[in-house]
Write a protein that binds this ligand. Sequence first.
Ligand code: IFM
Length: 439
Amino acid sequence: MLDAPRTAFPPSFAWGAATSAYQIEGAVRDDGRGPSVWDVFAHEPGRIRNGDTGDVAADHYHRYVQDLDLMKDLGLQSYRFSVSWPRVLPTGRGTVNAKGLDFYKRLVDGLLARDIAPVATLFHWDTPQALQDQGGWETRDCAKWFADYAAVMFAALGDRVPTWLTLNEPKTVVDVGYTAGTHAPGKRDRSLANVVGHHLLLGHGLAVQALRATTSKSRIGAALSLSPTYPTDASAAAARQALVTDGEENRRWLDPLFKGRYPQDWLASQAPDAPVLKAIRDGDLAIISAQNDVLGVNYYGTTHITGTGARVFVHPTSQATWQEISPDGLYDLLTRIKRDYGDVPLTVTENGMATTNPMRDDDRITFLRTHFAAAHRAIQSGVKLESFHVWSLMDNFEWAEGYTQRWGLVNVDFASQRRTHKASADWYKKVIATNSVDA
Ligand code: IFM
């Protein structure tokens, strides 16, 4: 029988997978690591499903060599991980914890030795608790503390990491950590949340400055969670409401980074005395928008909005009930970024789904196949998409859902810490080896 035809990607395209520190490392008290907001939050009763915590997670801190070999075996060409800020700076600033920093040096060296390009994220939500005790991202100072920490990482790993990402999904911190309160630090205050959002962006800009102050030739940008937003019908009301949601979901993050301003309609929707309006100071947006070399796109699905502003699902969801699965949305998103924000080099920094069958994850294969095809179409349309990172390399601690949602290509038996390829891992291995997707 003939094999199905395959869609070929450009020779320079890089295939990868992504993880984050708190979700896989474990070893939360090893080698001088300090606590983060997630350590504290996860240990509060009722916060996380089944009372799970990231204390051990996938024990990657101790098993990283095995995990590097796993990546090599898959054929990964790029690996996106995050650095735990309190592992490097246990109280968030001041004395560097050499042992913590060494872990990331060994990890990066291990990647380079295996010809896997490191993509390092500096903030994937694990604010040092010592800084949270001083107000964390609610205070403007945190942007500076973050840039100082970034400078420590640049001094240690400068050019050895070719791509740095400052923030992962500031929107999730704002919407889930500070508005819904179901992520750390568990606050429910929308106006404070928007202040946090601005300080996160400012921290991004100051970290970019910190990299430019070194001799590093590496690139830097942010990883945003973006969701194309559509009206559910042709009415003017639905169009208006979809635009409002697009402002929250997408433009309030993209415009500051790439246009040096917040969207007018988003600013106008804030109350006249909203604290965020005072938090935005002269000069901030010039810092935030200076020279973003690359944009990381975390794409999980679309958002549909009715004329009354309600969200409805017109496509299937997954075990993660916030996810509306639509591969076409990825095409729309990537081409929209090019149209509205210019030819910035893009990398898909996250894309994937949770599946319930621990090994025969055919639904994940279908998901990835269709999203890769959408990415390919976007490249054909002229989008500068350079690489794709599947979320996630392996099963991990899925925040408030604990270990009940499995997002990995590789199954982790959390009792034995045994790693086993799922069907999707073997399928992905072939995609990488052939640089093509079965149609
Ligand atoms: O696990 C998360 C990740 O940390 C950030 N983006 C979404 C993923 C799935 O929920």
